[in-house]
Write a protein that binds this ligand. Structure first.
Ligand code: FAD
Ligand code: UDP
Length: 388
């Protein structure tokens, strides 16, 4: 494809969905991707042992948005998979125990025993009602002494240490929407998500992206950093040495667009430690959260999630969280949302707004904690706007 009228930077969900929508409407789209592969952080591949792994951490698709589900279903069929997570922690008697996360009525009985568990269940159900979700911060406000004691237990055994590992700070000091993602659930439903649609792309995420980007109006240039071609130093947006007036959709970190001139936007990064073992199965669930001890936050065993039938070998990944420094080999994974950082983001977004044909889209470019489905929905909406 020699000519293009739209440039998209990044081949994750934000970039790929936008590209596909525009391409189907007849736009000629060039995608630049810094990495040597498509898929962004959802990229998966076979490792040396032949196990399908998620290179940038476990990705489980879930949504209540039928439009998003139907859209992605054009590019993949689905493995019917409901993600389940357990907390693994010391049992106080020299051993370890496991119970469901989000902390639910089963967790309560495991932690407190059947009698005390049933009594506390009743107190909770009386206070909030069956099947209700209550955030840990909300639960801690409850003045009832039984519920306050229970909230203290859950805070100590599920939230505070995990959050300290993940964010380097306590649950009160991070955006309340973050811990609200994993509320206490007054239910016996042990699934991590209750969304109407959930599953895994049957042949993996990378195949889904292969299908989505397979269109005559889309050209993808891998291992190409957009900053080799994009120039925002003047009044007009320049691309490949010439003024470019077509839409440019940027899905990378917004501070990098402007050489971090106001300072770097803070992020948490992760170190992933992959380990392969000569066994069928290594752990009980897709993901096990180490909520009290251990230096890593969680361990994921991919075969549980992908349904891959591969006897005698399995691969797990341990996640270690730390501050992102901007070093070339680090990836910014989680925006650290607070007033100060959001204000810094706004300063960069204002610089970007000087270019009317530059659009910021995605988890990095918008500095938000978006799941995949939210990004797909936003990409569909932006493509709709661009096609008006
Ligand atoms: P990305 O996937 O990050 O894609 C952006 C792309 O832009 C990258 O490929 C990057 O290389 C490229 N890029 C950046 N700058 C440049 C440049 N200058 N030039 C060229 N290319 C550039 N969501 C869920 O729904 N379910 C989950 O289970 C889930 N698990 C997650 C687990 C982890 C550990 C993390 C970090 C996230 C998880 N997410 C999950 C969120 C999910 O990863 C994001 O919603 C999704 O990847 C966002 O897509 P995106 O296109 O905005 O960003
Ligand atoms: N969290 C926790 N303990 C857990 C699970 C989650 O404290 O066992 C908190 C923690 O602060 C985490 C947040 O809830 O960052 C959101 O968890 P989620 O599993 O949604 O995080 P993600 O999968 O996006 O990393």
């Amino acid at each position: 494809m020699a000519h293009y009228d739209t440039v998209i930077i990044g081949a994750g969900f934000a970039g790929a969905v936008t590209a596909r929508q525009l391409a189907e409407a007849g736009r000629r789209v060039l995608i630049l991707e810094r990495r040597g592969h498509i898929g962004g952080n959802a990229y998966d591949r076979l490792d040396q042992a032949g196990v399908l792994i998620h290179q940038y951490g476990p990705h489980i698709f879930h949504t209540n948005d039928k439009q998003v589900y139907d859209y992605l279903s054009r590019f993949t069929t689905w493995l019917d998979y409901a993600h389940k997570v357990v907390a693994n922690l010391p049992d106080g008697k020299g051993g370890r125990m496991e119970y469901p996360v989000p902390f639910n009525l089963h967790s309560l009985e495991t932690a407190f025993g059947p009698q005390e568990g049933a009594r506390l269940s009743r107190a909770l159900l009386d206070a909030y009602g069956a099947e209700k979700k209550v955030t840990i911060l909300e639960l801690r406000q409850n003045p009832d002494p039984d519920i306050a004691a229970l909230a203290g237990y859950v805070y100590e055994h599920v939230f505070v240490h995990y959050t300290m590992k993940q964010w380097g700070t306590t649950p009160e000091q991070i955006d309340p929407n973050t811990t609200a993602r994993v509320p206490v659930f007054l239910s016996r439903d042990c699934r991590y998500f209750q969304d109407a649609y959930q599953g895994m792309p049957l042949e993996g995420y990378t195949r889904l992206f292969d299908h989505m980007l397979d269109h005559p109006n889309i050209a993808v240039r891998l291992s190409t950093d957009a900053f080799e071609l994009l120039d925002l130093s003047g009044e007009r947006l320049m691309f490949a040495g010439a003024a470019f007036d077509g839409p440019v959709v940027y899905t990378g970190a917004v501070d990098e667009l402007f050489h971090c001139r106001f300072g770097r936007l803070p992020y948490r990064t992760l170190d992933f430690k992959f380990e392969t073992y000569p066994v069928d199965t290594w752990q009980s669930h897709g993901t096990v959260n180490y909520t009290v001890d251990k230096p890593y936050t969680r361990i994921t065993e991919f075969k549980h999630m992908t349904g891959q039938a591969l006897p005698g070998v399995t691969t797990i990944v341990k996640e270690y969280s730390r501050a992102y420094t901007g070093a070339a080999d680090e990836t910014p994974y989680y925006a650290i949302l607070n007033e100060e950082n959001n204000a810094l983001y706004d300063r960069y977004a204002q610089l970007a707004a000087r270019f009317p044909n530059l659009y910021l889209l995605g988890r990095l470019a918008e500095y938000k904690y978006y799941n995949m489905d939210a990004i797909v929905a936003r990409a569909l909406a932006l493509a709709g706007e661009l096609l008006k």
